[in-house]
Design a protein around this ligand. Structure first.
Ligand SMILES: Cc1ncc(COP(=O)(O)O)c(C=O)c1O
Length: 389
């Protein structure tokens, strides 16, 4: 049989995406301030960013980022284990561990990289991974590449998790790792971490929690939904969201940290985070506990937006946070609504399968403390006018 042209599979895949209205495209959107972007000169209010506290433009965060670049250069120039582990990397890890009351912390280059490499380092092919059905793709990648037995439990269902743990106790796994997010990235709802911690402890299972969207915003002093919950073995925090920076870190025991430094490929075989990124994280980490008023403002914004969305006739699922899905359902309708909002000056991204389950297409709003009441009201008016037809 003659071989098809070698890039035929690419044409086929893209055509299928186009037919399904699922083709994704990049566009240049330059930030003008924390919530406004410029699309080729046209201003749009951004309801799709993760700068929840406006820290990406905070003068102290920018100043420390610049200072570290000036003092230490633009690159760490090597991986951590070769010569890229500067004093600032290690000081930051100590500061993270102290701030969050953990024995140890280890910095990674991104949340995606951390999740995909940590899970596959902890699990071997004799292990069992139990993941919440809506876990982020990076957690999925880590689970699949470990070659462990991979099972999902119903989203946020403690009873399903319990049944699966019971079932696993009769099987012969080397270890069990339970994975969840504290605040789900597409639905904006939260998991019951206390119950999960008790359950995993009772079953001698590890509990890995991705706190990416919660840290900075939720919990005492903005230290995340995992803060002060006993029985969690590892917490992943990302720095590209509320921190307004870039990178990620794992909170864990000294033993786990040493194990990862020795065995985790995504930690070992990559250039360390550049000084400018370390500086931004360092400054945000100091600022976050002081930002209760900023968090209060964000809560007010959440309240206002949710009320308006409901008044416009949409549901918001189980969201109880700054991530709010405006449920539409159909992919075409969702795209049309996103376009309509954009014509009215708002960036509110359509999220479609396969990122969310089939029939779950939505506009996903993410709020910042920096959105003004006027910006929110204008957005809600546009949504209402779409609903009025
Ligand atoms: C829940 C969750 N975990 C991890 C990540 C990845 O983090 P990063 O953007 O630092 O790669 C994201 C965001 O994209 C996320 O939503």
């Amino acid at each position: 049989m003659a071989l098809a042209p070698k890039d035929q599979f690419i044409d086929d895949a893209l055509e299928k995406r186009r037919d399904q209205h699922r083709l994704r495209q990049l566009r240049p959107l330059d930030p003008l301030d924390t919530v406004t972007v410029s699309d080729d000169g046209r201003q749009l209010i951004n309801f799709s960013g993760n700068d929840y506290l406006g820290l990406s433009k905070h003068p102290e965060v920018i100043a420390r980022s610049k200072k570290y670049a000036q003092e230490f250069g633009t690159s760490a120039t090597a991986s951590r284990l070769i010569s890229g582990s500067y004093s600032i990397h290690q000081q930051l890890e100590r500061k993270l561990a102290n701030t969050f009351d953990w024995e140890a912390a280890l910095v990674f280059n991104s949340g995606f990289q951390a999740n995909s490499t940590i899970i596959s380092t902890l699990a071997d092919r004799h292990a069992l991974i139990l993941a919440d059905k809506l876990s982020h793709n990076s957690l999925l990648q880590g689970s699949l590449s470990s070659r462990a037995t991979f099972r999902r439990f119903e989203h946020n269902s403690i009873s399903d998790l319990e049944q699966q743990l019971e079932r696993a106790s009769g099987e012969d796994f080397s270890r069990i790792i339970v994975i969840t997010e504290s605040l789900f990235s597409m639905d904006g709802d939260r998991s019951d971490l206390q119950a999960m911690a008790e359950l995993t402890q009772a079953h001698n299972a590890w509990l890995f929690v991705d706190d990416a969207h919660a840290v900075g915003v939720w919990g005492k002093d903005g230290l995340g939904l995992t803060y002060v919950i006993r029985g969690i073995d590892m917490v992943l925090g990302t720095c590209g969201k509320a921190y307004g920076g870039f990178g990620a870190y794992l909170l864990c025991s000294e033993k786990v940290r040493t194990y990862l430094i020795n065995f985790c490929p995504g930690f070992i075989y990559t250039t360390a985070l550049p000084p400018a990124a370390i500086g931004a994280i360092d400054a945000s980490l100091e600022l976050i506990p002081e930002l209760d008023e900023t968090r209060e403002q964000l809560l007010k914004n959440i309240q206002l937006v949710k009320e308006g969305i409901h008044q416009a006739g949409f549901t918001t699922g189980d969201s109880s946070t700054q991530i709010i899905p405006i449920m539409v359902g159909g992919e075409q309708d969702t795209l049309e609504l996103a376009e309509y909002l954009e014509e009215h000056g708002f960036l509110a991204t359509a999220i479609r399968p396969p990122t969310v389950p089939k029939g779950g297409a939505r506009i996903r709003i993410t709020l910042s403390s920096e959105h003004s009441t006027a910006q929110i009201e204008n957005f809600l008016n546009a949504l209402q006018s779409w609903s009025n037809g």
